[in-house]
Design a protein around this ligand. Structure first.
Ligand code: UD1
Length: 344
């Protein structure tokens, strides 16, 4: 078992991954600057796993503070790097903030790896790098398309930085995981997604509408060239996604890679439309979702879903949880948040 540094470990995907890592006996050091998450998430993790991860409130833009974590925990063997800003619209408003945060954090971690002799790195990338793909399902060798937002561009540039950084550091071993659309929450409802303000993403908007925080969901366009006219995505359960990180860490640490830099798609292999998600939510929970159709959202692609064959074969991993179960977990999490707020 290894000591794994998880940056962004109090965030949505990070926290679920810490749970799975600890469940497998790994020791976890979490770094987070709490810019988009709460310290309390650590208690959620501890209540599920019976173990509190080590926690350092550090901003990775601060090189010295970043090095300090490696000084304090010299046994770190691998890093999973989630910490990044991820709101597409906000990145258009504040491009420099996005480039500074997402790229500088990565660079400081890579510098620290050189300095402290850490060689294994797992990077949170996104299917956004494929843009509107020419062929579906999307395989890992599909071309990277021009990014439609600074956020998307930070993911593309980060992948390039990783490739370049490996040239003078032949010991470095890297896996980039390209996530499709992670949704849902831990079945215990002790951790989940915590959107600040109005959610950008579909499923938190649905659960907030269903519970009455939002009046109605805006469906962004029903005039796409898809069977029901709404856009199609590959929605993957966050616990399935978290588990993929455990398999990828094992692959890195056990030296099982086919090449020093690898890329895997993480999705279910199945595309669902916005209407299909709404109906699946209503079926799984018995709760109606008020919605209206509005215009398309700028920057949205029509349809994208993953070819997961490579991840399935090489990682020995497969998304297992169905859409009903997954949407129900998101709903249970929303209800948990509500009961915490109202004390009932
Ligand atoms: C978005 C980002 C993606 C990023 C991910 C995580 C874009 C183009 N892509 O994925 O790069 O990695 O978030 O933050 O923004 N929808 C509605 N009404 C809503 C919200 C969404 O109809 O209120 C629709 C969208 O148009 C889309 C689908 O639901 O068709 C999923 O949207 P969302 O959850 O925001 O994810 P993506 O846009 O796929």
């Amino acid at each position: 078992m290894a000591t794994v540094l998880v940056t962004g470990g109090t965030g949505y995907i990070g926290s679920h991954t810490v749970v799975e890592l600890q469940g497998e006996g790994h020791e976890v050091v979490v770094i987070d600057n709490l810019s988009n998450s709460e310290r309390e998430v650590l208690e959620g993790i501890a209540s599920i796993t019976g173990k509190m991860p080590f926690f350092e409130e550090v901003d990775l833009r601060n090189r010295k503070a970043t090095y300090g974590v490696f000084e304090k925990y010299p046994r770190i063997e691998a890093i999973i790097h989630f910490a990044a800003f991820k709101a597409v619209g906000e990145s258009v408003e504040k491009p420099l903030t996005y480039y500074e945060n997402n790229l500088l954090s990565l660079i400081h971690l890579l510098e620290a790896m050189n300095r402290y002799g850490v060689h294994h790195f797992l990077f949170s990338s996104s299917c956004t790098v494929y843009g509107e793909p020419d062929r579906l399902p999307v395989t890992e060798d599909a071309p990277v398309k021009k990014a439609s937002s600074p956020y998307g561009n930070t993911k593309q540039i980060s992948e390039e930085i990783l490739r370049d950084a490996m040239v003078p550091s032949p010991q470095l071993r890297v896996i980039s995981l390209r996530y499709f659309n992670p949704i849902g929450a831990h079945p215990s409802a002790m951790i989940g997604e915590l959107p600040l303000g109005i959610p950008n993403n579909l499923v938190p908007f649905i659960t907030q509408t269903a519970i009455g925080i939002r009046d109605q969901l805006n469906v962004f366009g029903d005039d796409y060239n898809t069977p029901d006219g709404t856009a199609i995505r590959d929605y993957i359960n966050v616990v399935d996604l978290a588990w993929a990180h455990v398999t990828a860490i094992d692959r890195l640490l056990q030296g099982k890679q086919r090449s020093p830099y690898e890329v895997f798609n993480l999705g279910t292999g199945k595309g669902l439309s916005v209407f299909e998600i709404i109906h699946a939510f209503e079926k799984a929970t018995g709760v109606k979702v008020r919605y209206r159709v509005t215009g398309r959202r700028e920057g949205d692609v029509e349809q994208v879903w993953a070819d997961t064959g490579y991840a399935n074969r090489e990682l020995g991993w497969k998304a297992e949880r169905g859409i009903g179960e997954t949407l129900l977990s998101a709903w249970n999490w929303e209800k948990h948040l509500q009961s915490k707020k109202t004390g009932r």
